[in-house]
Design a protein around this ligand. Structure first.
Ligand code: NAI
Length: 297
């Protein structure tokens, strides 16, 4: 059956370019009323203009869809709340929050200023928390909501020169892990996306052939699915790019237990290969499950 979003109100942050634009266009094409949030500005977050959001709103309208622009930054609690207010004032509620806004300030850690560190964490991590925090009571009260946070393989697996970005991108996964537990019984589901796409953020790193394969539009079906009523999954991480879709999961080794006496540094040294051995492994879904494994029977 065709998946639709009629009567659903979606906020897509950073929807003026790249992935956010593609997510917004897809959701709107299937009936969602969309708040196209984007303050404009360069990849490093400097500057700003209304053109980015306005253009995507115009594209949605030209295709027969419903959208309003919003130019607030996610990186401030008040302006983030105003993004949610735009949805409520324009369309009466909010059902879907796609936290997509992002910036880059890449440098090796030893060359990075704390300002560049703070700024990137603010946009990606705190921005996600601020916008979701403003929308959360609305979704919780009506027992319906779908939230997407945008992570990255940079945070999950590591990328040179992205300590600020990688840290923030894994922070949103930790954030999701708690909200999965808090939102589940209210039918508010939250998932994390780890996208790969050719956008202004990544195009300088890609060949024309790669850019052709890595269209943002090839990621958006995963986001739209995660935002749909049909999706009953929550608290998981999804890789998407170039038509490839895969779930990502942590795993933990069976480990080693030193019993009957206090463990020593030398116990760790003697067993380090076995402690590290993931040949067989376990997946835990909550911190409580893992603590039980640590404590043992
Ligand atoms: P992009 O630069 O085309 O889009 C990011 C958008 O966020 C821009 O329109 C920008 O104006 C907006 N934005 C920046 N600061 C903002 C703020 N404070 N408030 C609201 N909007 C703001 O980049 P792209 O590639 O589309 O990135 C989208 C998301 O996907 C980002 O979170 C990025 O980190 C993430 N991502 C992208 C990957 C890729 O391969 N393109 C890989 C992994 C993650």
């Amino acid at each position: 059956m065709t998946i639709r979003f009629d009567n659903r109100v979606a906020i897509v942050t950073g929807a003026g370019n790249g992935l956010g634009r593609a997510h917004a266009l897809l959701l709107a094409s299937r009936g969602a009323k969309v708040v196209v949030n984007d303050p404009g500005g360069a990849v490093d977050g400097k500057g700003g203009n209304h053109a980015a959001a306005d253009q995507v709103v115009a594209e949605i309208k030209a295709a027969g869809g419903v959208a309003v622009p919003n130019y607030d930054s996610v990186a401030d609690p008040k302006s983030a709340a105003n993004i949610v207010k735009t949805a409520v004032d324009s369309f009466g509620t909010v059902d879907i929050v796609v936290n997509n806004a992002g910036v880059l300030r890449d440098k090796t850690f030893h060359n990075m200023t704390v300002e560049d560190f703070d700024f990137v964490v603010k946009v990606h991590f705190l921005g996600t928390a601020y916008v979701t925090h403003a929308a959360w009571p609305i979704m919780r009260n009506k027992a319906y909501g779908r939230v997407v946070v945008t992570s990255s393989n940079s945070g999950i697996y590591g990328n040179f020169g992205q300590s600020n970005y990688g840290g923030a991108k894994l922070a949103v996964v930790g954030f999701m892990n708690a909200l999965r537990l808090e939102g589940q019984k209210y039918n508010v589901f939250i998932n994390a996306l780890a996208p790969v796409a050719g956008t202004r953020m990544t195009e300088s790193l890609m060949t024309p052939e790669a850019l052709e394969k890595l269209k943002p539009e090839y990621v958006s079906p995963m986001v739209a699915y995660l935002c749909s009523e049909q999706c009953q999954r929550t608290g998981e991480i999804w890789s998407a790019g170039a038509g490839y879709f895969a779930r990502i999961e942590y795993r933990e080794a069976p480990g080693v237990r030193i019993e009957g006496r206090a463990p020593t540094i030398e116990d760790v040294e003697a067993n380090i290969e076995k402690i590290a051995d993931l040949t067989t492994n376990k997946i835990y879904r909550t911190s409580g499950e893992e603590v039980q494994a640590v404590v043992g029977a």
